[in-house]
Design a protein. Structure first.
Length: 276
């Protein structure tokens, strides 16, 4: 009987110890999760951010990057409070998103700004564009405006207001080549290049899709306005506990390794620091 009682006590002791260990582990995991900075990103911006996240880890800051394949979900997820920040949009895009929704989102800091270009696999110069040629442009109001400004820069169209960065297809004043516009979601412009005569494109998306050499555009925009810098965006009520996001932004903006990743991913001449 004594041996049986001793065995029971041993088993109970083991169970209690297991419960205590489990609680300790659970608390540690809970603490780690609460200390983790979660950022929603576009795949095209992933590599430089991954480099920054590794450096952040070395400095004791845990950063989780969550990739989204479209340009709608990152703001929806952020607005719901499921992530701490996102990094995929520039200021005009954010302003337009807030105008069309009830999102309570604001800019926290600026990241890299990239040039955009006009690309083709069928022609070597704009003079070769035939009457009625098909041209791909983004379907969202902001990036479509940016595409139209670039087409105007190429002297292929003119706009009613030559400086309006929010122009749409209805704002085209003249179209001497009778260009036919194909509207697609921004990230898909890189994949649509095979199906049209000319495509507005983002170098980083082209590099990711491997559909064209991002450095071989017929024309790049001449714009160096940090209006188009990609933003670290947060909810309006965001509280940056322990300056987690501030520290991560500082790493992103100042790390030589992140700069190397930006040069490799975007092309050294195709991006510039949007925070300067």
């Amino acid at each position: 009987m004594a041996q049986t009682a001793k065995t029971k006590l041993t088993i109970i002791g083991v169970i209690i110890a297991a419960v205590i260990i489990g609680l300790v582990v659970w608390n540690q995991q809970k603490k780690a999760a609460s200390d983790e900075l979660v950022i929603g990103i576009s795949p095209s911006f992933a590599k430089p951010l991954q480099v920054a996240a590794v450096e952040a880890k070395q400095q004791g800051l845990n950063v989780k990057l969550v990739e989204f394949s479209d340009w709608n979900t990152p703001n929806i997820t952020l607005n719901h409070g499921d992530i701490d920040a996102n990094f995929f949009q520039h200021h005009p895009f954010l302003d337009n998103a807030k105008k069309e929704t009830d999102f309570k989102i604001k800019a926290f800091a600026k990241g890299a700004a990239t040039h955009v270009g006009l690309y083709s696999k069928k022609i070597k110069s704009f003079d070769e564009l035939k009457d009625g040629a098909k041209v791909v442009v983004p379907n969202d109001p902001v990036n479509q405006g940016r595409a139209l400004l670039l087409l105007q820069q190429a002297k292929l169209i003119t706009l009613k207001d030559p400086k309006n960065h929010l122009s749409n297809l209805k704002d085209i004043a003249s179209n001497p080549k009778n260009l036919q516009f194909v509207e697609v979601e921004g990230p898909q412009t890189a994949r649509a290049i095979d199906e049209v005569d000319l495509a507005f494109g983002y170098p980083h998306y082209l590099r990711l899709a491997k559909t064209a050499d991002p450095e071989q555009a017929l024309l790049f925009d001449s714009n160096k306005d940090n209006r188009y810098a990609i933003l670290f965006a947060v909810r309006e009520d965001y509280q940056d506990k322990n300056d987690k996001l501030k520290k991560f932004v500082e790493i992103y903006q100042n790390s030589p390794k992140v700069k190397q990743a930006l040069d490799a991913d975007f092309g050294a001449k195709l991006w510039f620091p949007g925070w300067k």
